[in-house]
Design a protein around this ligand. Sequence first.
Ligand code: UDP
Length: 235
Amino acid sequence: MEKREQMYEGKAKKVFATDNENYCIVSYKDDATAFNGLKKGTIAGKGVVNNRMSNYLMQLLEKQGIPTHFVEELNDRETVVKKVKIVPLEVIVRNTAAGSFSKRFGVAEGTKLLCPTLEFCYKDDDLGDPMVNDYHIIACGWATKEDLDTITDYTFKINSFLVDFFKKINVDLIDFKIEFGKTSDGQIILADEISPDTCRFWDATTHEKLDKDRFRRDMGSVEEAYQEMMKRIFG
Ligand code: UDP
């Protein structure tokens, strides 16, 4: 696979074209942002953790019947992925109240929810990624009813699998955000990343935060938290 021109640079990743029109190469950076880009910083080694963790989880999810964008890990920071058109939705699953859920609904952080919840946010930085419902999504054409049903079905399966996976390494999966894309032949697949940038991980015993909230909230030991997650997954 030959790496060609840079197609896009986001907050935490760069995307390059390849000599195969169906594939791109993602390169994970150590740059971190929060609060819609207002807070900026660097988390040393984050790109490596996010690349390796994300790839590992996507391969496990594939075995569970979830199609993903993963193709091949090239090195610590770079991965070949299937080229997709991103469905412009942040798909958020919550098992325990935290973050914006706690703020919006006045439910204390750490309150276990009676069942997993699903939220969609329309991906638009200028609008601050507003929360939307199924009707908004279908009415505005961000996804069809059929695609939304597929996304919903995959998302709850992904949550069940991930909750069990992290439980085994003594981590509670509090909530997470995923994104889906559509391939040129119309298949909905899991895209983007699953990492401490996009999930809330709490140690199941001490409830210590092992994710990007340490950066967002200036809690210190940010690098250490990412490395701890890496160590628990890969030993
Ligand atoms: N999240 C994300 N990207 C975003 C917003 C949220 O990856 O742009 C993740 C976040 O890490 C958390 C979950 O989605 O695991 C729920 O985040 P929440 O809505 O509570 O927002 P926050 O409190 O992070 O602003």
